[in-house]
Each structure stands twice: as structure tokens, then as C-alpha cells.
Design a protein around this ligand. Structure first.
Ligand code: ADP
Ligand code: ZN
Ligand code: MG
Length: 489
């Protein structure tokens, strides 16, 4: 095994190819449903079964969604792109070829840029192209199975393939990129982000080169990684495996490998020679995809604000901390809830604190989405304002928030009816503090004798006397004043 310091003589170079199902109701070349989990072979027709003579007809919505992805990733949408046949035999590919795009893809030359803990990062996007998914082979009894069952429901489900330039250098950075790409695809309504169901999966290409070298080394492709963790672990393993070989003076063989999660290693699947003769040629049954400038402009105009842009806006305009801004900006519905709260509360930091604190806690506890949270942004905003302006303490605020739940009552109403307003009046507190000191002579003496720890006890006594409505900081201050100078009372 190569140690970490030996491995670091080599620089990893990583490029990803991501397959994402498009969120359409029907398949790419026929009217069959795309829904996941149906009875096997119930969403099939002559086109997606590849029966002779059946002609594909392109689903317009597929093109539109792929354009959304291309534009969100900063690509140029090509005015004309074409489909190509990628020929290979596999039981789940009944036509004997997959309709994909090869020489003229729909979208080219984009980039995804974002802030990371180590600074800004840009990963260039080589291309975004359209293709159809294949069916699924099922081995009922696992590896021992004597037969293969085939389910063609997935055959013809629309996909985009997103290919990056080899711009990534670390497994963790690759996993982070994949996660950010997922957020973008979900934000623009292109993909449901469901990696367990295979809606989003990633092939990782990785090579090593001596540090300082600019030429690329021989790459290995690890196929079909459907979680961020698998992607990272497969790359980590593959980097060590390749470094071991290079250290020993061996070469890396260009090949496709599979990640075996149970064994924690990659296994060879096929070598380059077998893999690369797809005999691509233009698909004769489909016309070119022609996209007018107007269509591209319309699609561009319909894109929502992207999470990264929203995060930057929060940092710029609302002065939030980076992690807060990132979390609040990630999902449009949460972001809207937050912004609506800010509007009423008038204080973005305070609103962020509440949305990420109490509201998030309720979300988790109740297992509901932000749109089902009972306390809506306007009511929450008014509560935040009561705390922010010192009418109630923040711990009372939490109590009020809980009382708003299930009662539909307004924060102000609860505060008035239950007499919860903060005892903020300095004079009122002065006399309370004096009273507590005279009632607790021993504790007071200990504090005067330098026993700081006992001060907390006295603060607690004052808080108790106000039923938690005093400002603890002020109580602390007044106690210190009076204990230092007995004449102050
Ligand atoms: P292939 O012809 O094997 O499909 P491509 O050149 O189309 O290879 O690249 C496929 C993916 O592999 C891209 O994401 C690209 O960035 C990445 N890639 C290409 N060459 C290398 C390399 N030497 N090391 C790491 N990644 C690479
Ligand atoms: Zn069909
Ligand atoms: Mg390629």
C-alpha cells in the first residue's frame, strides 16, 4: 500500500460525467409514462421496446428541460444539434443501439462556479447532451441467479449527460461539485435529485500525473456512482491504486471499473478496446434539433434565481454569515419563507437566526416541509420583531413561538394576555436585585469574597422573581454594580 506522502507525489485529475433523468411525464421518443416503480414492463410500447418499424418522435419538453440545464450551467445552446446512434449490445437495450448525441451536442462550453471553504472554484462544463436511458436487468437471486429478468419501463426515459472538463483535483471536491450540481438541477426543475432511484448518477474519470506535470495521465473511468459518498470513496481508492502501480514502475491501464461498496474497492469491468468502438453515426430516423434564438431567450428568461446567486445576494445585501446564507439559499421555498420573514421583521440576521433555529427544529420534529409550517413568515416576522426590539427576551420568544403553534394566536396577543413583556426597566430591576441580595446574604458574601461562580446563582434568583422576563445581561450588570458598591442601593 502506498502511504499518503508517497501518493501525494502524484496529482489526481478528475472529470465527471453525470447522467440526470429529466422531469418529464412521458419518455423522450414515445408517449409512455416515465414514473418510477411501476409494475415491470407496463410502461412500454413498440418505440421504447425497439420493435422493427417503430419510429421515434422527439418530445419537445425534453429539449426545453435540457436547455434549462445547459443555460443554468452557462453553456451555449447550439442552434442545430443532432442525434446519433451509439451501437452496442446489451439485453436491456433492445434496439442494439442507444440514441444519444455525439458530434453536435445540444449545449457546449459552460461552467459552474461557486464559493467553497477554500475559496472560489470553477468547474468547466464540456457539454450537455440528450440521450435515452436503457432498461433494467434484474437478477432476482443476486449473483447466483440462473436467469436475468428485464424491465423496459426505464427504456426511453429522457436523460441529459453533463460532461465536465478534468478540472477537479480531489475526491472531496468532486463529491462537493456533484452535490452542487444536484442542487442546481433541482432548483431549475430539471431533475428530482433522487439518487437512490437512479435519477442522478455519476461516472468518475481519474488519472494521476507527477506534480508539476501538465500533460494528462492515463485515466480510469469508474461507472455508475449513485451517492456522494460512493463517488468520494471510489475516487480515494482509485487514486491509491493508481499511485501504487506508478510507484512500482507499472503503467495504469485505461479501462472502465466498477465500485464495489461492500469490498471497498474498484473492479475492472472492461478495457478501453472493448469499450470504445460504438460506431457512432447520425440517427437517420430523427431530424436535427433546431433551436431558435427566441426559444433560447424564452427559456433563459424563465430560469429562477440559482442557489449560488441567491447566496451571494444574501452575503452582499443581508450581511449573513456564509454558512447561514448557503443553507437558507439552497432551496427556493425555504429562501422565500426567510425573505418574507425578513420583510416583516426588518432584521435579516435575527430572521435568519429564527428560521434556522426554532423553525428548522419544528420542521425536523414534525417531519413537514417549510410550506406546511404553521407559523407563517408574517406572524414569525412580528415575533422576531418583538424579540429584536427588546419587548420580550429571546427565551420568552421561544416560549411564545411554541404557544403560537396549534393556537393560531399572534405573538403580541400572547405577550399581552400572559404578561410576558420583558422587565426591562432599570429602576424596577434595581430594586428587585437589591431585594434578592438582602434575601441571600450568604451568596452575596461569597460573591463579594471573590467567588465568581455564585453570581450565576443570584442572576438565577432575579430571573425567577421576574418569571424569566428580565434581560439576563442587565441583571448581571446590576448585580455586579450593587455587590461591588453596597451604597448603590
Ligand atoms: P472518453 O473518450 O473516454 O469518453 P473524454 O475525453 O470524452 O473521454 O472525457 C470523458 C470524461 O473524462 C470527461 O469528464 C473528462 O474531463 C474526463 N477526462 C478525460 N481525460 C482525463 C484524464 N486524463 N484524467 C482524468 N479525467 C479525464
Ligand atoms: Zn414507449
Ligand atoms: Mg467521451
Amino acid at each position: 500500500m502506498t502511504s499518503e506522502s508517497e501518493a501525494s507525489r502524484f496529482e489526481p485529475v478528475i472529470g465527471l460525467e453525470i447522467h440526470a433523468h429529466l422531469l418529464t411525464e412521458s419518455k423522450i421518443f414515445c408517449g409512455c409514462r416515465t414514473s418510477f416503480g411501476a409494475e415491470p414492463n407496463t410502461h412500454v410500447c413498440p418505440v421504447c421496446l425497439g420493435l422493427p418499424g417503430a419510429l421515434p418522435v422527439l418530445n419537445r419538453r425534453v429539449v426545453e428541460l435540457a436547455m434549462r440545464a445547459g443555460l443554468a450551467l452557462g453553456c451555449t445552446i447550439q442552434g442545430r444539434s443532432i442525434f446519433a446512434r451509439k451501437n452496442y449490445f446489451y439485453p436491456d437495450l433492445p434496439k442494439g443501439y442507444q440514441i444519444s448525441q455525439y458530434e453536435l451536442p445540444l449545449a457546449t462550453e459552460g461552467a459552474l462556479s461557486y464559493e467553497t471553504d477554500e475559496g472560489p472554484r470553477t468547474v468547466r462544463i464540456t457539454r450537455v447532451h440528450l440521450e435515452e436511458d436503457a432498461g433494467k436487468s434484474l437478477h432476482a437471486d443476486g449473483a447466483q441467479s440462473r436467469y436475468t429478468a428485464l424491465d423496459y419501463n426505464r427504456s426511453g426515459v429522457p436523460l441529459i449527460e453533463i460532461v465536465t472538463e478534468p478540472d477537479l483535483r480531489e475526491p472531496a471536491a468532486a463529491a462537493d461539485f456533484f452535490a452542487r450540481l444536484r442542487v442546481v438541477l433541482m432548483a431549475i426543475g430539471v431533475n428530482d435529485g433522487n439518487m437512490e432511484e437512479g435519477s442522478l448518477r455519476c461516472d468518475a474519470n481519474v488519472s494521476l500525473r507527477p506534480r508539476g506535470e501538465t500533460a494528462l495521465g492515463v485515466k480510469v473511468e469508474v461507472k455508475n456512482l449513485n451517492s456522494f459518498r460512493f463517488l468520494q470513496r471510489a475516487l480515494e481508492h482509485e487514486i491509491v491504486r493508481q499511485a501504487d502501480r506508478l510507484e512500482d514502475g507499472d503503467t495504469v491501464v485505461q479501462e472502465t471499473r466498477l465500485w464495489d461498496e461492500a469490498r471497498g474497492r474498484t473492479e475492472s469491468m472492461r478495457s478501453k478496446e472493448e469499450a470504445h468502438d460504438y460506431r457512432y453515426f447520425p440517427e437517420p430516423d430523427l431530424p436535427p434539433i433546431d433551436v431558435s434564438d427566441e426559444w433560447t431567450a424564452d427559456v433563459r428568461a424563465s430560469l429562477p434565481e440559482l442557489p449560488e446567486a441567491r447566496k451571494q445576494r444574501y452575503l452582499r445585501e443581508l450581511d449573513l454569515r456564509s454558512s447561514e446564507a448557503g443553507q437558507l439559499a439552497e432551496q427556493a421555498d425555504l429562501a422565500r419563507f426567510f425573505e418574507d420573514t425578513v420583510e416583516v421583521a426588518g432584521n435579516a440576521k435575527a430572521a435568519a437566526h429564527w428560521v434556522m433555529g426554532e423553525v428548522a427544529r419544528r420542521l425536523n420534529a414534525d417531519g413537514v416541509g417549510i410550506d406546511e409550517v404553521e407559523v407563517r413568515p408574517d406572524a414569525l416576522g412580528r415575533l422576531v420583531k418583538l424579540v429584536d426590539t427588546g419587548v420580550i427576551s429571546s427565551s420568552t420568544g421561544k416560549t411564545v413561538f411554541e404557544k403560537m403553534y396549534g393556537s393560531g394566536r399572534e405573538a403580541q396577543e400572547i405577550v399581552e394576555q400572559e404578561n410576558l413583556a420583558q422587565v426591562g426597566d432599570r429602576d424596577e430591576l434595581q430594586s428587585l436585585v437589591a431585594r434578592v441580595i438582602s434575601e441571600q446574604p450568604d451568596a452575596a458574601a461569597r460573591v463579594r469574597g471573590g467567588h465568581e461562580g455564585t453570581l450565576g446563582f443570584l442572576v438565577g434568583q432575579v430571573m425567577k422573581a421576574t418569571r424569566g422576563r428580565a434581560n439576563p445581561k442587565l441583571v448581571n450588570e446590576l448585580l455586579r454594580e450593587q455587590l461591588r458598591d453596597p451604597d448603590a442601593t
